[in-house]
Design a protein around this ligand. Sequence first.
Ligand SMILES: NC(=O)c1ccc[n+]([C@@H]2O[C@H](COP(=O)([O-])OP(=O)(O)OC[C@H]3O[C@@H](n4cnc5c(N)ncnc54)[C@H](O)[C@@H]3O)[C@@H](O)[C@H]2O)c1
Length: 352
Amino acid sequence: MSEAAWGLHHAVMNIRTAIVGFGFMGQMHARVCQALPGVELVGIVDTFPGVEGRAVELGFKTAVAPSLSVLLETVDVDVVDICLPTDLHSAVIITAARAGKHIFCEKPLALELADAEEALLEVERKGVALQVGQCIRFWPEYQALERFVKSGQGGKLVSLSLQRRASRPAYSRDNWLHEAKRSKGAALDLHIHDTDYILHLLGRPKAVHSVGHQEKGAWSHLFTQYLFDDIAVTAEGGWDLPAQWGFQMAFQAVFENAAVDFDSLSSPTLHLTLGETKREPLPFEKPQLASAGATGGNISDLGGYYNELAYFYEQLRQNRKPEIATGRQALESLRTVLAEIQSATEGRSISL
Ligand SMILES: NC(=O)c1ccc[n+]([C@@H]2O[C@H](COP(=O)([O-])OP(=O)(O)OC[C@H]3O[C@@H](n4cnc5c(N)ncnc54)[C@H](O)[C@@H]3O)[C@@H](O)[C@H]2O)c1
């Protein structure tokens, strides 16, 4: 893709971003935009009545509109960052692509494969960039595991077990997360992070076999075995724990001659046991602060959210399309989780 075709000449100017959906994740992305040099938040789209006040309260003085189309009538935008409930993702990707905007869209790409495919075809037809918020590919501890696997230091990876457990989420606008037809439950909304990481690290499994627990017509806790030729892989994801339980992400990776384990509830979070040595904390890179911004100089709590957006904007600045967490990769993760849901529903393994 030529530079002219991209229409991006941002090496010397700000990239202007509009965030669509200013809830939990939209506000997170807004904080990251503030911390990223050369990125300017120029618009917020949301329908909830208090959105303008909330934006000001958080220190964002930008245009606010009830829809992307309305915003684009008056505001010059380069990037549309979609943080809407999942059932709205594909339609807004299509609107943004047709307007020639580059797109960052939160995960999951869509609820259904057909909607995801339609959105990707429009993105590809218009030649705009798209990255999906599969942030675990950018999460420091998971990146450290990826580096350790590639280093060969512990020998071959022989088994991998991942967990993502949470209390029932109570924060989403109109409680959309608990509507099966809007989120497909924890299976798609939460557990997709680990499925996506498995695909990123190990490629596509031959088959999946899942069991779990359902609430209100959606899988609120899923346990999946991923069938590979030479490595045992399993992942658990659920949000049906009691309200005060909190949130945990964790993994245990066993190698021929080592183990790497991560637990977000521990401090330090990441450990290595190498050969006959003691289990020790494994140092890893945290995001480096690029500008002070409104974060007060501390962005380590933004972790993978900072890393994924820093990567996205750097690709745009270099006139490149993102190659990590692409639309097509996110489609594969969606396809795999839908197979897991089918497996749990039908009580049988599903080949991929
Ligand atoms: N990457 C992650 O770790 C992570 C974490 C949480 C959520 N997410 C994803 O981010 C997306 C948003 O989730 P959230 O937790 O921020 O939800 P949320 O309910 O907190 O925010 C959604 C926002 O969208 C707004 N909205 C709803 N319909 C709208 C419409 N038609 N037009 C304009 N605005 C509208 C709501 O008013 C709300 O402010 C979801 O796809 C979710 O899966 C990702």
